[in-house]
Each structure stands twice: as structure tokens, then as C-alpha cells.
Design a binder for this molecule. Sequence first.
Ligand SMILES: Cc1cc2nc3c(=O)[nH]c(=O)nc-3n(C[C@H](O)[C@H](O)[C@H](O)COP(=O)(O)O)c2cc1C
Length: 190
Amino acid sequence: MPEPDGAATPATSTPAVSTAAATGTSPTAAQVRRAASRYATGVAIVTTVVDGVDHAMTANSFTTVSLDPLLALVCVERDSRFHEAVRAAGVWSVSFLAEGTEPVARWFATRGRPLAGQFDRVPTRRGANGCLLLAEALAGLELRTDRLVAAGDHDIVLGRITAVHEPADTADGAPAGPIVYFASRFRTLA
Ligand SMILES: Cc1cc2nc3c(=O)[nH]c(=O)nc-3n(C[C@H](O)[C@H](O)[C@H](O)COP(=O)(O)O)c2cc1C
């Protein structure tokens, strides 16, 4: 899963797709990571709660899956603390990050950060499923896990959407902008 780059990525003017695949050798994880990093995504914070302890993780693998029934998924690394927590909880929420909240994305992607007080710097509210939502998110969803699908070093956590926290548009009616994750860096639109 992605690690943000520290250094600036040089801008390229012409898209270039290498022909390495033609050699017939199996792709490496590094090649896949590099290629997949050119697929731009939003950035979300997934949350869950176990025995009164709140857990969170930055994730860009979130996607909606089905409107009938209402399903969405996130892929969670089996080695992460969030994996253990979301398995045990059976409920989770997702908050979509707005531009300007990159420090929040970095914080919840920091391996081994202390669980106690990890939400102190972020305004939150508790949803009906008991999980925290980020108060300043673009929108949020609450979910109940439908099933976990083993997928290599990750599990696909498929959830039924149980509540929606709808976007609040800005005064001029335009939606606030998102964080975009592209080429291992946090960016904004425009
Ligand atoms: C932009 C971005 C997106 C990420 N997306 C995911 C993801 O979809 N699934 C995942 O398991 N880890 C993802 N990660 C990594 C986790 O955020 C990170 O490994 C986790 O917070 C480690 O926490 P832990 O020490 O509590 O296990 C992502 C990291 C970044 C920077």
C-alpha cells in the first residue's frame, strides 16, 4: 500500500508507457506500485471502535461497490492494527478528506502512532454505529461489515452502508475540494 514520497516528483509532459511487459518476465511489486501510483484517488480515513477504543487508518483503496444493496469496500493490510480492530468490531465508518487536511492523512498513515489521543488534533463526532467521523470531512458513510474476503497480504472488507453523512456545499454552492493522491504525493485539484 502507498507510502507518500518525501521529495517532489518531477513533472513529465508526455505520458510514457514502457514496453517492459513484452519481455515476459513477471512484474515486481515495485513495478506494480509505480504503475498503480498513476491511478489518482481520493483519500479517506476509516475508523472503527473496539471495547471503547477508537481506531483509524488512512486509506485510498475505498470504493463503493453496489447501490442495491448499498455496499462499499476497503482493502486493509493484514499486518495493520486496523485489520485486527475492524475484524473484531464488525462496524466501520469512512470520512473523505478535504484539501488542506494532508497532515490528518499523514498522521493516520503513521505506523505505530499511539492509539491513545490519536484523535486529539482532529474534530470528530460519533455516528450511529459508534464509530468516529471526521467533522470536517467532505462526506462520510457508516457501514456494517458484510464479509471479509482474504486477498493476499490484505483483506477486502465489504460493508453494507447503514448511514450517510452528506456533503455540506460551500456558500457559493460548489463542493469543497478533495485531497487527491497521485504519484505517491498528496495534491489538490486545479
Ligand atoms: C495515501 C495512503 C493510502 C493508504 N491506503 C491504505 C489502504 O487502502 N489500506 C491499507 O491497509 N493501508 C493503507 N495505507 C497505509 C496505512 O495508512 C498505514 O499502514 C497504517 O495507518 C499503519 O497503522 P498501524 O501502525 O496502526 O498498523 C495508506 C497510506 C497512505 C499514505
